[in-house]
Design a protein around this ligand. Sequence first.
Ligand code: GCU
Length: 680
Amino acid sequence: SEDGYQLWLRYNKLTDAATINQYKAYTQGIVLEKESPTLLLARQELQLALQGLLQTKVTFSNTFQGGGIIIGTPSSSGIIASLALSDKLKATGDEGFVIVQTRVKNKPCIVISANKDIGVLYGTFHFIRLLQTQQRIENIAITSAPAIKHRILNHWDNLDRTVERGYAGFSLWDWHRLPGYIDQRYIDYARANASIGINGAVLTNVNANAQILTEPYLKKVAALANVFRPYGIKVYLTARFSAPVEIGGLSTADPLDANVKAWWKKKIDEIYTYIPDFGGFTVKANSEGQPGPQNYNRNHADGANMLAEALAPHNGIVMWRAFVYSNEVPEDRAKQAYNEFKPLDGSFAKNVLVQVKNGPIDFQPREPFHPLFGAMPKTPLMMEFQLTQEYLGFATHLVYLAPLFKECLDADTYAKGKGSTVAHVVDGSLENHSLTGIAGVANIGNDRNWTGHPFAQANWYALGRLAWNPSLSSETVAEEWIRATFTNNEKSVHTLKDMMLASREVTVQYMTPLGLHHIMGWNHHYGPGPWIKDKPRADWTSVYYHQADENGIGFNRTATGSKALLQYTPEVQKIYSSLENCPEEYLLWYHHVPWNYKMKSGRTLWDELCHRYYQGADSVRRMQQQWSTLKGIVDEERFQQVSSLISIQHQEAIWWRNACVLYFQTFSKKDIPSGLEKPD
Ligand code: GCU
């Protein structure tokens, strides 16, 4: 069935009669005066949406007949040029748009306009979203422009179509049949991205394969770029640092070596002959065994700048990742990226973004914001979130991630005093950077419903919406998605929103409450595994990250411990440094706490820990009950899929709870508090 495949672009008939009548006043037709590939897509989408949502035939024309919706730019539409929109349009840049209700030849109409064609497409999708979510459109006057310039998906896709940490099937990119065969999915993927403002796709895994840079593959990449172009999406690739050796026949990849520089320059020039608007590279270097400039005693800036210099004449960018740590040094992993990158502030070329994961460890259910945010004022820092649920139960757990994204974006770095939020670092406003970006590690594969779990689509959706406007609330984004994806039934919208908004905290409770982290199965990352004692890696200091012993549990990162907290501003340090004042959700991230410590609830730490684990697992049962009220309201197929998945989630929440409680009990040597059932 098509129900999952259509994502949030379902244009099923609206049910509210008054709303339909209101919208029908504008269905006389769509006016597009001058065509272009992107403008044709906008018109086609609008027609599809109106016809589906209103179940009425909508025609289009290139002249104004009276009424309807006019789309275009001032340079492609005489009507739009004649309207007094230029002030409003000025504020919308290359990608923003203006939607207004106005009168043309004394007839009421709606105008969707922008400076560039892509803005018209974004505006059209925005308008459609208003209809899908049954908003009023009379007297509409919307001006919108993206806060972030590069809104990108990172696909960790290998050339053999496996996806690293992918849980939704195999890679969408069918390298074998490219470039000759264009799968309809490429088009639908581009359309879905355009609908939420995503304008870039890094096609390949950060653990890169140099083969992607060879001619046969570049031709395949060019074919994808051709599909994506009218949707405003640029393609990027991951550059394996040792490519000059592996595919170039050189004996070194030293970034300061003249032959190496020449090789990259030639290679990059070649890429642009195939893909004239190629976006640039994402690079993972000297991390987890990947090659990089440090192999030649050079630093990250040397490596990034060498690539940046060759990309610059083509307007390409480098997204150099700060996810670096060595598992061979016995240093708190949370500190390593800051230690390596902070001293390089000011030494990166203008077209380099340093791409920083939201937290200092690795996409855990909860982490504090990364200490590099606010600490490198001279360098544009790009956010990296993870949509694929590597540490969040894969694609079987319902976890809506907007609250996790928002928690990080809204966190205050105090870098320039109060209000220096991570969002203001990333959107460039704090330090006046115009080069800005947000990336999400994609959760997309060739599963029929794209993301494995129907609700995981919401995380893809949220990434796009929040990259466009980081100040949107999790709730607004959830509600849009629910109405577009499932139903406008008010009661059900309420129930679904409740489930989604609670889901991240519920997951934290049954996996890693109170600031615990990195206690999953150490290899596959699925399910609990806090019992690593044999120290397979030096960075897993002591007994894994929870550091449990008979005195207590938690990782002391304060001045008396690993000192990771000292990487933050004094204001941030103050929030977390004392055991008494530290917010409980980060307690065990920053402190080693005695089992008998009195928590805010009045319980001991041990009792509180148990309560959180039990509460988490119980909340999944509640989620199950909530979902059961959707029977008959959502289509049977998705109803069944989600029902099965929540059952799995419930079993696994109990698995996490029992495993962690029983394991930590071997240190605390205390009973499970009365009132909580004994784990099986
Ligand atoms: C995690 C993940 C790896 C990935 C790495 C990265 O460690 O488990 O598969 O390569 O992050 O972001 O580079």
